[in-house]
Write a protein that binds this ligand. Structure first.
Ligand code: SAH
Length: 213
């Protein structure tokens, strides 16, 4: 199914009704066709507001959650952003519309390979995708204006906090994998870190080391 006018209208309506109200975020989500990131059996459900299975036993997040996290990250046009958990590449593609440069990493090389193919096809040339254990961040590219994790950590990982600029923002789901997780926003100030708890969420866990495929 293509991102036709009717599906697009319903998709954007669902986002707004769940609290995605920032016009820059909505515009980005209108431009990036989620259908390009969902292959196979679930392809015809790409415009529904639900998470869907992707390769390697992972999930593409629910669009309204992508919107709310992107909104919380408050990305500016000069920002260098790091995403941990490339998955399908959908969140990175949304960020690419708002930021100067997006680095995204996943522990599964297959997901990185497939996401890169979609970025190329959409000509999203400001995204760089790496296969790596993202809990160490990307020291060579640090520091970052914004960091987003799309896998749940028990605590915001120290190495990632260390790679955040002063004034920088991190959005991270925090909690045990099967228990309630909360979306947390961490802001690095001159003197330390400020924490905001945003909402309950459910994400796959951040796992150490590289995946088998
Ligand atoms: N942002 C994605 C959804 C991500 S699902 C999208 O828009 O589709 C979470 C992803 O985090 C999975 O692909 C998983 O492989 C990845 N992940 C889990 N632990 C990781 C780690 N330590 N380093 C990098 N990626 C990790």
């Amino acid at each position: 199914m293509s991102f036709d006018a009717e599906a697009k209208m319903q998709f954007l309506f669902a986002l707004r009704s769940k609290g995605v109200t920032d016009s820059k975020v909505l515009n980005a989500m209108e431009r990036i066709d989620r259908g390009a990131f969902v292959q196979g059996y679930f392809a015809d459900r790409a415009y529904e507001d639900m998470p869907l299975p992707i390769a390697c036993g992972q999930t593409i997040s629910q669009p309204s959650v992508v919107g709310l996290m992107t909104q919380a990250l408050n990305v500016g046009p000069r920002d260098k952003v790091l995403e941990i958990g490339t998955g399908s590449g959908y969140q990175a593609a949304i960020l690419s519309q708002l930021a100067r440069r997006v680095y995204t990493v996943d522990r599964h090389r297959r997901l990185v390979r497939e996401a890169r193919a979609v970025f190329d096809q959409m000509e999203l040339s400001n995204i760089t995708a790496f296969t790596a254990d993202g809990s160490h961040g990307l020291p060579d590219q640090a520091p970052f204006d914004r960091i987003i994790l799309t896998a749940a950590a028990e605590d915001p990982p120290g190495p990632l906090l260390a790679q955040l600029k002063i004034g920088g923002i991190m959005v991270v789901p925090v909690g045990q994998s099967d228990a309630v997780q909360h979306l947390i926003r961490v802001t690095r100030t001159q003197t330390g870190l400020d924490y905001d708890e945003l909402r309950p969420v459910r994400f796959v866990p951040l796992v150490e080391g590289l995946g088998k495929e």
